[in-house]
Structures are given as C-alpha cells and as structure tokens.
Design a protein around this ligand. Structure first.
Ligand code: ATP
Ligand code: MG
Length: 691
C-alpha cells in the first residue's frame, strides 16, 4: 500500500480551499481518513470501524519512512518514537503530540491508537505496557459521559507523558485539566452523568448493590437517564467488568475500589436530599428526604447531624464566636451540590494521583525524572454553545494558547528565522492570535486577572465584573459588550465570536468549600474520603498531600492563588513550557458531520473546521516553507559521507558540494543553516541507504 498521489496536501499543484476540501472529500469517500499536510496529520472521523489498525498494520508502520506509505496515525507514533530514540543523546529529545479538534472529532480515539502503537513499538510485552494501555479506559469511566455531541465525550483534558529508557517504556504520568464536575449534579436534556454511574448499576450484582445501599437508578435525581434496557445493560455491564480489570491491573487495591463505589453511592443519596420550607422561613429536611440523608450519612461515613447542619446553615466566625444563619432553599441546594461536586472532583483527582504513583518511572537509581519522554495532549476543542459559561471561557482560553503554540511553531519562528538567515520565502499571512491571549491574560488588566480581582472583592458580583470588562476593553477589537444584558460579554476568538453569560463566574472561580464541610469529611469513616479531604486536591485535579505549611488552601479564599482560573492558568503555562521544549507533532482531528454518521461528509462543516484550524495557511507554508533546518555543522557531519570525503570543514562551501552531489531541488542556504523542505530529509536518507 504505497502512498497515493493526494496523500500529502502540501504537494498539490493548486492550493485553495475548494481544492483542499474536494481532495479531502474524495479521500474520505474512499475510506482514506488520514491525510498529511507535510508533517501534520489530518484525521477525519470515519464513524465506522475500518480495517486500519490490525497487527499487520502496526508492523507495516514500524520504522518506516513516512512518505512511502499511506498516511496513518501509526506513522506519527512511529516518527515520534524514532525521533525520541534518535535524538536521545542530544539535549532536547522530548516529543509531544498535540491532538486537536472539536468534540466528537476523534481526539481520544487517536490518543488510544497512538498509545497502542507506541507500546507495540516498545514490544517488551511488559506489565507496564499493559498498565499504560489500561489508563484510558479507567479515566474514561470516571471522566467521560454521553453528550449531544459525542457518546463518549471526555469531560476533562489530559496530557499523558510516557518515559523511556533504551527504547522501553519506564513509566507514565498524567496531568488532568478542568474536570467538568458540574455534570455530577446536573445534565442538560439528552445528556448523561459520567459513565461510571451507569456502569455501576448495570455491573454490580444484586448483593453488591445491597451492600452499597444502591436502589433503582430511576430513584436518583442526579441520574438523567434512568431506564436501562437489557441490551444496553449488557454492554454497560461488560464495561463495568473491564473497568474493574483495569483498576486491578493498574494496581488499585480492593479496598480502594470499594471505597470509591461507596462514595459514589453516597453522592447519589445526598443528591436526593431536598429541602422543605418551614413556617419560620427556615429550611428543613423531612420525610423521605430524611431517609436519604441517613443513607448518605452512612455511605459517606460522616456524622448525620453535622451533615444536616452543613446543608441548612452557613457559619461565620466573628470575634471567636460562631454565628449560624439559615440558608434559603437555593442556598441549601447549592450547599448540597457543592459538597457533591467537590467530592467527585477529589475522587477523580485522587485516581489520577494514584495512577501516577503506580506508574511512576523507576530505574536502578530511583525515580527517573530525566528520561526522554513522549507526551500526548488530548484536550477539549474550542466550544461555542447556545449558553457559554465559565467552563467554556477556560476551555476557549486553553484553545487560544494551543493555537498560539501551533502558530508560533508553524509560522512565527519560521518567518523570523528566514529573515535572520536571509532566506527568500513568500510571507504567508496567518491569523496571529496574540492580541486574544493578551485580552485574557494581560496584567494588570486582562479578563482572567480582572475576574480574580473581582472574586476577592467583598462586594464583587457577576455584574460588577462585566461592568469592569466593559470599561477596560471598550476599545479592544476582540471584545464586545452585550447591550441586551448586563451580565453578558462577547469575545471574538480566533475561531469565531462567543458570547459568555457571566452569571456564576465569581462563584465558580472562587470555588470555596466551607471549612466545616472539609472538617466533617476529614473525619469520615471511609478512609479514602477522609484522605482526599485531608490532602489538598488542587482545582486542576492534582492532589498534594498535606505537608505542614501547605495546609488548608480551601480555607484561604483570600489568596489569589486559590482561584480556579489562577490554577488553570498555572497548569496551562507549565504545559506550554513543557511543550515548547519538546519536538512537536500535530494531529488535527476533523468531524465530518453532526449526526455521528458514517460516509457523510458535510462540506460546510469541514470547511469551517479547516478555517478555525488555519489549515489552508498551514498547507501553504508547508508547501513553500522549509521545515527542516540543520546547521552547516550538523549537515556536513551527517551527509559529508555522500561525497566520500571525511574531515570536511563545516561551512557553506562544503554544504554546497554535498547538495550538488545529492541532486535535490528547491533548498536554500542561509547564513548558518541549510533550509530544506520537509521531503528532503527523506530523500537524503534514501541516498545514504543506497551507499
Ligand atoms: P470529545 O472532545 O467530546 O472528548 P473526541 O474528539 O475525543 O471528543 P472521540 O471520543 O475520540 O472524540 O471520538 C468520538 C467517536 O467517534 C468514538 O467514540 C468513535 O465511535 C468514533 N471514532 C473516532 N475515531 C475513530 C476511528 N479512528 N475509527 C472509528 N471510529 C472512530
Ligand atoms: Mg475525548
């Protein structure tokens, strides 16, 4: 299966949007879902099983030159693996694979295929390889859910880092970003709660359900989807046993698994606690709700009266005295839901921490932080819904950063270097989104900075926040105020305009948990629950076990550091730094239609995604640009052998001599480097092979 003529868009003679789309459409109709733009892979979701991933395919894409075969995701894994090995002696041999695309475009499936092929390339058949492959199913059970867009939508972002030694995998580490914890307590019509809840009902035996105190799923308010038919039940039940296997294999203890399920059962019971107004105006938990409260109390292993207090009263401390105030119904419901959200997010955070401990790379010398690595980023794409909330703001900020990283790598660095080296190359216009990053992250005045400030301001409200935005960004062309509402604002993102509804922004950004709730759960009889509340799970999910001074970040709501936005920005900037010092590979996933249907290619939808991704410009720069730029020294030392001369001086003349002999076309020579098109590297490798 040699590569077809249209396998690489950068080699097309005519390059405009219509041609690109037409080529992609035709390839898709032939089940060629993968296409290159030079070194970038486009992947269009087939929504059907294709015979592309068997063992023979894995073998075919092992240690191969990319251009000799049809484009494939395995080729990217192979390329990343080989450059990690090949450059292992040099300083920067770390690789990162950045997968982007909208919900349902195929990012997570791609991640799994990459992992599978990389493990195949290691071919050690070790326990660790098997464990690494189980990480995704495990995380998906707790972090994925069915949405309108995707039956298996990841409701968190992740960066998986694999560490290697002598080509064998030595360990893995996961970073997790922004779990959508609000899903535990509320799902929009047609959407579901996290998979684990349904797996649990379908997979547990009657006896186990009794042990956990689980009743019929339809009895629980938090479960939107309650009638599980036989067929579905069977497949969910299989998923449950797969999950249990995965947990066993990765190394979760029996007791830990029991604790997790117990906590989930407690969450469901707590969700059924509703509030009755009393004549006095205060709220009470009576009748059936009282029964649920008792159930929650015993499942969560906490003191029932204290739990009731946490749900009905707020406590403030003035001059050493506690003052209790009755909650309104709304406040009581919010208190209940925030306990549940915090609990679920901490369980998830703990799972990630636990996986990281279990898969920590170890060598004879102890923990090995410095081994070369391949990182895979599977993070939510740009989101634009009817109503866009705080979560969308954060997600879209992350996407601006990723687009910026992509632009930097593909365009800016490239153009700057041409200039420096005096290379002739027609400038390719691209949409620089730096002004958008400034709008978000500017100091002291940026959307996120103002949000943090307002979150700490005692009289700040969502409205005062929007007022400040309107004042500060009146003249910013990427910002628009919304006349019809004083809690809305709009941002002109690189991928389009998004109107945000700011109601709830301050609350979500603060995300503070009253100290009495923390206190209550620290004393839970369930060891896992007590542990996750005693430690501090950061809002980005990382659990830091309490070490003296680091205690009680939650109580410290005045610290700017404690906002969700701040921590998210922090973790993004760590990620960007990490990626900037790696050799990047990009996979752009495309969703061909809105109905999850096979063989349907919606031109407008694909066009829109190509535009958002800047893929036309990318194609142009890959066609015209020089993606491989070895220094004179590097080039001469590697390819001097082509003219059978040793000890050539590392200068322009030597390079010219070699190039003349090699007979390549369209390269250029700068002041310190040779500039090659991406295809030249392979042409040269072939010449070396022929020697
Ligand atoms: P989200 O942002 O919502 O998490 P995503 O980009 O991760 O979305 P996936 O979950 O990877 O999307 O893919 C959605 C669905 O599309 C999969 O469940 C699967 O049914 C189908 N799919 C994706 N890639 C492939 C593939 N290579 N072959 C067959 N089916 C695929
Ligand atoms: Mg996903």
């Amino acid at each position: 299966m040699a590569a077809s003529k249209t396998a690489d868009l950068a080699t097309l003679a005519v390059l405009d949007e219509t041609t690109l789309l037409e080529v992609l459409r035709r390839r898709y109709a032939d089940d060629h879902i993968y296409t290159y733009i030079g070194d970038i892979l486009i992947s269009i979701n087939p929504f059907k099983q294709l015979p592309l991933y068997e063992k023979t395919m894995s073998q075919r894409y092992t240690n191969q030159q990319k251009s000799t075969l049809e484009p494939h995701i395995f080729a990217i894994a192979d390329a990343a693996y080989r450059s990690m090995l090949g450059r292992a002696a040099a300083k920067s041999c770390n690789q990162c694979i950045v997968i982007s695309g909208e919900s349902g475009a195929g990012k997570t499936e791609s991640t799994k295929l990459l992992l599978r092929h990389i493990m195949e390339l290691c071919r050690g058949n070790t326990q660790l390889e098997q464990q690494v492959l189980q990480v995704n199913p495990l995380l998906e059970a707790f972090g994925n859910a069915q949405t309108l867009m995707n039956d298996n939508s990841s409701r968190f972002g992740k960066y998986i880092q694999l560490r290697f030694q002598n080509g064998a995998v030595k360990g893995a580490k996961i970073n997790e970003y922004l779990l959508e914890k609000s899903r535990v307590v509320h799902q929009d019509t047609g959407e579901r709660n996290f998979h684990i809840f349904y797996y649990m009902f379908a997979g547990l035996s009657k006896k186990d359900k009794e042990m956990y105190g689980l009743l019929e799923p339809r009895l629980y308010r938090y479960l939107s989807f309650q009638s599980i038919e036989d067929d579905l039940s069977r497949s969910l039940s299989t998923k449950f046993s797969e999950l249990c296997n995965a947990m066993d294999m990765v190394g979760f203890l029996e007791q830990e698994q029991v604790d997790m399920l117990t906590i989930l059962a407690g969450i469901l019971s707590l969700g059924n606690v509703v509030f009755e107004p009393q004549d006095s105006g205060s709220m009470a938990i009576t009748g059936q709700a009282n029964h649920w409260l008792n159930a929650a109390m015993s499942q969560l292993g906490v003191d029932g009266e204290k739990l009731r207090q946490c749900l009905l009263f707020s406590r403030s401390v003035t001059r050493g005295e506690s003052i209790y105030r009755h909650y309104t119904r709304q406040q009581a419901e919010d208190a209940r839901d925030s306990i549940v959200k915090a609990t679920y997010a901490r369980v998830f955070g703990w799972i990630v921490v636990k996986i990281n401990q279990l898969l920590e790379p170890r060598t004879a010398l102890g923990i090995a932080e410095t081994l070369p690595e391949i990182g895979i980023l599977d993070i939510f794409g740009f989101e634009h819904f009817k109503v866009n909330r705080y979560e969308q703001l954060c997600i879209n900020l992350a996407n601006e950063q990723l687009q910026f990283f992509f632009n930097e790598f593909i365009f800016s660095m490239e153009l700057n270097e041409y200039k420096r080296e005096g290379i002739e190359c027609h400038a390719v216009a691209f949409k620089d989104n730096k002004p958008l990053l400034d709008l978000f992250l500017g100091k002291p005045i940026g959307i996120m900075t103002l949000l943090d400030e307002e979150s700490h301001f005692p009289r700040g409200t969502d409205k005062t926040f929007v007022d400040k935005l309107n004042q500060s960004f009146r003249k910013n062309q990427h910002y628009e105020s919304v006349r019809t509402s004083d809690t809305m604002f709009a941002v002109n993102h690189y991928a389009g305009k998004v109107a945000y509804s700011a109601s709830g922004f301050l609350e979500k950004n603060r995300d503070s948990l009253p100290s009495e709730i923390r206190e209550l759960f620290v004393h839970s009889q369930i060891p896992l629950l007590s542990q996750i509340f005693a430690g501090t799970v950061s809002r980005t999910g990382t659990l830091m076990l309490r070490k003296g001074a680091q205690a009680n970040v939650d109580g410290n709501a005045n610290s700017r550091k404690s906002t969700v936005g701040f921590q998210f920005r922090q973790s993004l900037s760590v990620l960007m730094e990490k990626m900037s010092s790696s050799n990047p590979h990009f996979i752009r996933c495309v969703k061909p239609n809105d109905s999850k249907a096979a063989d349907r290619f919606d031109m407008d939808m694909v066009k829109n995604q190509l535009r958002c991704n800047g893929l036309l410009e990318t194609t142009r720069i890959r066609k015209d640009g020089f993606s491989w730029r070895p220094s004179f020294e590097e080039f001469v030392s590697r390819y001097g052998i082509l003219i059978l001369q040793s000890s050539l001086p590392p200068n322009k003349e030597s390079c010219n001599m070699i190039l003349k002999k090699a007979g390549l076309e369209a390269w250029q020579i700068g002041k310190t480097k040779v500039f090659f098109k991406y295809r030249h590297q392979e042409e040269l490798a072939n010449l070396l092979n022929e020697l």
